[in-house]
Design a protein around this ligand. Structure first.
Ligand code: OGA
Ligand code: NI
Length: 366
């Protein structure tokens, strides 16, 4: 293992040189590198790393919730599902859902198209390379490249889909139609999830939708190339999502892990299922009842891995609405734990900080 000391080399100029290629991590792999460059070397993590050989890890994973039957208007069935969603959001902050209504063919086409975007002609792809979060469409490698203590083995596409969707002609041609179709379906599913989450908090079903939790949708596409030395780096550094809610589609490779009781637990790929996780803003609204849990993605010799996160957030919009713990949930025994702030303030703080391993919420704690 190569010793890495970030102060021993001119990290900033190596980052700049990497950024200037506009080809991301995939460009390095295509060029045939056999060693992971030092900008990607990660400091060791403090938590125990589970391997697939750890029997505990295989017995223990995030809940799978079957949404089958919700559409039949059976209050018993709905209450059963609401209870499972609430329990999973309080204990794990993560769950998988099956029978969510998005056809498998749409999921497959979405993943294939993200792969297609990254594997298209480099000259076309480079035209989308930018680091301007105000641009509705773009791709880059590591949104926090110049701030994070170590670079992740990952390239990422992003596109704003609601409330002001990018114009179709701004979207990459390779997956324009499926972006629009998939986002439409995720938006419908997101609204349903916010209803279930509202009910789990004991609020009226429309509560979270009424306060605009489902107003904004940012669609991402991650491409994690195969990695020659996966033990030296990470696909995504430890972080929590600074949004209301994330709905993630992952392929069959695996590598996503969530932190539970100081252990990293695998989120196993399940064909046809979607991963749902509570974001920081929902943790704030629920006054810590729902948990925005830290997670990460391991680098892998096998690849590429593709995932499609859909972030419900309005953090990019100049909206005035303040978010703090929901008044109806507070009492003398449950005083507010956070001050109010706009979604944009939460997001700006998170983005400035980058994925440095600390929670963006501390800053807003009372
Ligand atoms: C994210 C994220 C996980 C994955 O985009 O915030 O955690 O599996 N992605 O790509
Ligand atoms: Ni995440």
């Amino acid at each position: 293992m190569v010793a890495t000391n970030n102060t021993n080399y001119d990290r900033q100029s190596e980052l700049k040189a990497f950024d200037d290629t506009k080809e991301g991590v995939k460009g390095l792999v295509d060029a045939g590198i056999t060693e992971v460059p030092r900008i990607f070397h990660q400091p060791p993590d403090q938590y125990i790393i589970n391997s697939n050989f750890d029997s505990e890890a295989t017995q223990f994973s995030i809940p799978l919730i079957d949404l089958e039957g919700l559409e039949f208007d059976s209050p018993t069935k709905r209450n059963e599902i609401v209870a499972k969603v609430g329990e999973a959001s309080e204990t794990w902050g993560f769950f998988q859902i099956s029978n969510h209504g998005i056809p498998v063919g749409v999921l497959e086409e979405m993943k294939d198209s993200v792969r297609g975007f990254f594997e298209q002609d480099t000259h076309v792809k480079k035209q989308f390379y930018n680091r301007d979060p105000l641009k509705p469409v773009g791709y880059n490698s590591n949104f926090d490249l110049y701030r994070a203590p170590a670079t992740s083995w990952r390239d990422t596409f992003r596109c704003y889909m609601a409330p002001n969707p990018a114009k179709p002609e701004e979207m990459p041609e390779v997956f324009r139609d499926i972006l629009i179709e998939y986002s439409k379906q995720v938006m419908k599913l997101g609204k349903l999830l916010f209803e279930l989450l509202s009910e789990a908090l004991g609020l009226k079903p429309s509560y979270l939708n009424d306060i605009d939790c489902s107003l904004g949708l940012l669609l991402g596409g991650h491409y994690y190339p195969s990695c020659p030395q996966p033990e030296l780096t990470m696909g995504a550094r430890k972080h929590a999502d600074n949004v209301f809610l994330t709905v993630l589609l992952q392929d069959h490779i695996g590598g996503l892990q969530v932190l539970n009781q100081n252990k990293w637990i695998d989120v196993p790929p399940m064909p046809g299922a979607l991963v749902v996780n509570i974001g920081d803003l929902l943790q704030v609204l629920s006054n810590d009842r729902f948990k925005s849990v830290e997670h990460r993605v391991l680098a892998n010799r096998v690849g590429p891995r593709v995932s499609v996160p859909c972030f419900f957030t309005t953090g990019m919009l100049p909206l005035e609405r303040d978010y703090g713990p929901i008044k109806e949930l507070l009492s003398e025994d449950n005083p507010p734990k956070y001050r109010e702030a706009t979604a944009r303030e939460y997001t700006a703080h998170f983005n400035d900080k980058g994925l440095d391993g600390t929670s963006a919420l501390t800053y807003f704690k009372l």
